[in-house]
Structures are given as C-alpha cells and as structure tokens.
Design a protein. Structure first.
Length: 148
C-alpha cells in the first residue's frame, strides 16, 4: 500500500502519518515509531464508524488503489472527502480503466466487474465539496517472480 520513501517524505512534511489498511500483514511493514500510526481498518469500517482515527480530519489523504475494493463506492468517496480538512488535499490513486498488465485471476475478475471511472469519481468528489481534477500518469511496473 505504501513505500518507504513516500512514508519518509510524509513524516518530514507532516510530522505524523496515519497508515490505514485492513491487512495486518501490510500494517506490519509500517516502520515503528517516528510518527507512524498504523490503524487496521477498511473504508467500510471508517464509513460506519466501526473504527475511529486519531484525528477527525487530515491535511493530506492518500488513498492508493483502494476504491475498487469498496462495496459502496459512493460511501467510500463520501468518507474520503470527509477526512480532508479545509484547504487539505485528497490524492486518489487508482488502477487504469483498462488493465494492461497481469493480475491474479480473482483480482482481475473483480476489477473488470467495476472498472475505474475517473471522471465520474471526480464528479462525486465535487458533490462532496472537493475541487476535483483528473490526471493520468504511466510508469513501468516490474514484479519479480519468486523462484520455485
């Protein structure tokens, strides 16, 4: 969900970083201390209030490749927008509308049922009071294969 250089930069800029993920294995990779606050939760947990965060609002919210996991996209976007402090920013990183790289079969099938609609998502975020812009970037993805 994150990488160490991104976390290091966020710590220098923000002072503390709240890392939210439903996976204990992912949260176990968060470096100890140094303003890093791991919270085990899904977007649904945050939307329903089942899990609370240490702050009500944040200056910066980064949601990387999470939206396609949400059972209710509208509730997920409302929740993400609600986490942004006045004058803050939400960076929503999504998979491409058409995937051109291999995923394991179950992930690919799930994504194909509801592919990304960046312009529709931007309109929803605007309805929740955020000024939304859509931009795209491509980058090389390399995944090392395990031997054996």
């Amino acid at each position: 969900m994150w990488n160490r250089s991104l976390l290091a930069g966020a710590r220098r800029t923000c002072g503390s970083v709240v890392c939210v993920d439903p996976s204990a294995a992912m949260l176990a990779q968060v470096p100890d201390g140094h303003g890093m606050l791991p919270v085990r939760a899904s977007l649904e947990d945050l939307a329903t209030g089942a899990v609370s965060l240490p702050h009500e609002r944040f200056d910066v919210v980064l949601a990387k490749e999470v939206l396609h996991h949400a059972a209710d996209e509208h509730a997920a976007l409302r929740t993400l927008a609600g986490l942004v402090a006045p004058g803050g920013r939400l960076l929503l990183v999504m998979l491409a509308p058409v995937l051109e790289y291999p995923l394991f079969e179950a992930a690919l099938e799930r994504y194909q049922r509801r592919p990304a609609d960046p312009d529709g998502i931007a309109r929803q975020l605007a309805r929740h009071g955020l000024r939304a812009e859509v931009s795209t970037a491509s980058f090389q993805l390399a995944i090392a294969k395990k031997d054996g």
